[in-house]
Ligand binder design. Structure first.
Ligand SMILES: [Zn+2]
Length: 325
């Protein structure tokens, strides 16, 4: 069962000070995070420890235990075969790294901890938001990402209630700590990615099948934006004076003419997005001088399609054969 996708929907806030619960839009949350809004119940700002935070929507279908396995869930990853069957996190370590980690014994213990980590799935919005955050914060710019639609094993046992966003306090979640024996899936409240939505921490055995597409896989209807953008980038390169020397070299942090123009071209697109996605979209849409303008423009249009016309993305997923686990 698919849920409606709406990156801009209202969010529930719950005040830890006075207990008021109410709905706000994302612009309100943006002002709130800058201490420019107050709790309407008690007047606190975000600077107080007990200040309001996003909370679950009481009508979220994922709150019903029996519905969790009926819903489809999403995940984004740079792995083309997520979740890996024989996941060996130590396989890619160099000998130097192994030595720095303290030798084989320590590497084996580390690998075991990595394998014990929970997998995460969430709403479509949370999966896309997670990818944008990784590109923005974790140097995944230029990485190939994949979008997964996940179907769960119908007979799974869901942990009662929900936990608060585990990434808020531990980063990675050890499966056994959130899913005790007999429990397959634990719900948790997202604070950052699709704030207020419920995600799941789970083990591989709770997943029945996945469908996967590369991101971005399709070109959206951009009303000619890509053609204009390519022309503009070529023009920017042709009309700017080259630095001394025969080959222009643009260091990191220096805006090449193409990079600067690309930023200007992407800025109005970002303004069409919900406020909590704009900065991350701009980071993802940054031009890299090793890119071809056409490839860049196609990528940007594809990103916009993920955010503005998700129905096209779902239709693309529908055409993919599922992979049973
Ligand atoms: Zn309050």
């Amino acid at each position: 069962m698919e849920r409606p996708i709406d990156f801009s929907r209202g969010r529930y806030l719950l005040c830890g000070q006075c207990g008021r619960r109410w709905v706000v839009d994302l612009d309100w949350i943006d002002r709130w995070e800058q201490a420019r809004e107050f709790c309407p119940g008690c007047g606190v700002t975000c600077e107080v420890a007990t200040a309001p935070r996003v909370t679950v929507d009481p009508d979220d279908p994922a709150l019903a235990d029996e519905v969790v396995a009926e819903l489809v869930w999403y995940h984004t990853s740079t792995q083309s075969d997520w979740p890996k069957h024989d996941f060996n996190p130590a396989a890619e370590l160099t000998q130097e790294t192994r030595l720095r980690m303290g030798g084989d014994h320590h590497v084996a213990a580390w690998a075991e901890r990595q394998r014990a980590k929970a997998l995460h799935v969430g709403t479509y919005e949370a999966a896309i938001h997670n990818m944008l955050r990784r590109i923005d914060h974790q140097a995944d710019h230029g990485s190939q990402f994949y979008l997964y639609r996940v179907r769960l094993v119908p007979s799974i046992t869901v942990r009662e209630g929900w936990l608060i966003d585990p990434s808020d306090f531990v980063g990675d979640v050890v499966l056994g700590e959130v899913c005790p024996p007999g429990v397959d899936v634990a719900r948790y409240l997202n604070y950052h990615e699709d704030p207020g939505a419920l995600s799941l921490a789970l083990g591989r055995s709770a997943i029945a099948s996945t469908q996967q597409i590369a991101i971005p896989s399709l070109s959206g209807d951009d009303s000619g934006w890509a053609d204009v953008a390519v022309d503009e980038l070529e023009l920017a390169a042709a009309t700017s004076p080259s630095p001394a020397g025969s080959r222009p070299t643009w260091g990191r942090g220096t805006a090449s003419p193409k990079r600067g123009r690309a930023r200007e071209l992407a800025a109005p697109l970002a303004q069409r997005l919900p406020v909590n996605l704009r900065r991350q979209f701009e980071a993802a849409a940054a031009f890299d001088d090793s890119q071809q303008p056409e490839a860049w423009a196609r990528y940007v249009v594809g990103l916009m399609s993920l955010l503005l016309t998700p129905q096209r993305v779902l239709a693309e997923l529908d055409r993919e054969t599922g992979r049973g686990l």
